[in-house]
Design a protein around this ligand. Structure first.
Ligand SMILES: [Zn+2]
Ligand SMILES: [Zn+2]
Ligand SMILES: [Zn+2]
Ligand SMILES: [Zn+2]
Ligand SMILES: [Zn+2]
Length: 186
């Protein structure tokens, strides 16, 4: 009937009007610390982006939930933040920086373990220094395999030994030629 349709139409209009009134109610943001006043209809978007007291997951992978107002300060100090190593420029999580210095960095300055005073940049250069150059590395006389007992001398002393023991080394070579199967004790 016409009366029934009119009643239904009026009801829809009434509901819309009521809905609009509800959306226009002034509310306060329920987040602790905020208390911003707004129309109810704006609360959802306020919480989604604007409210500084909503917690978000830290984007640095630390799994912490941080209030938006604290997020910038947290990220600046977050243990998972990526930092550039000042020695090799690699990007490393802050909490792994010390590990990187000691085990991963190609340029971290390391003093020679023999205390010769040199500081080498990175494991590679340190090992090369110790193996080939350090004056305090203990080395064998090059004639050790011919029987020279001058083992475990500092590299810096080896040149003097080789010069001083020149005739002794020649004698060892000569003996080796005379008795090629003789075993030498170290
Ligand atoms: Zn708020
Ligand atoms: Zn974090
Ligand atoms: Zn590095
Ligand atoms: Zn050294
Ligand atoms: Zn020797």
């Amino acid at each position: 009937s016409a009366a029934g349709r009119g009643g239904l139409t009026a009801g829809v209009f009434n509901d819309l009007a009521t809905e609009r009134e509800v959306q226009q109610l002034t509310v306060r943001c329920p987040r602790t610390g905020c208390g911003a006043a707004m129309e109810l209809g704006g609360l959802r978007s306020h919480l989604a982006t604007a409210c500084q007291f909503v917690e978000e997951l830290c984007p640095e992978q630390c799994q912490s939930r941080i209030r938006r107002c604290d997020l910038a300060a947290h990220r600046a100090a977050c243990r998972e933040r990526q930092v550039a190593c000042v020695f090799c420029s690699a990007s490393v999580p802050y909490r792994q920086l010390n590990f990187h210095y000691l085990f991963g960095c190609s340029n971290f300055p390391m003093p020679c373990p023999h205390r010769c005073g040199r500081v080498l940049a990175g494991h590679q250069r340190l090992h090369e220094h110790v193996d080939r150059a350090c004056p305090l590395t203990l080395v064998l006389c090059p004639f050790a395999s011919f029987g020279c007992p001058a083992a475990n001398r500092h590299r810096r002393d080896l040149g003097r030994h080789v010069a001083e023991a020149h005739s002794y080394h020649l004698q060892l070579l000569w003996q080796q030629q005379q008795h090629p199967h003789q075993q030498h004790q170290q």
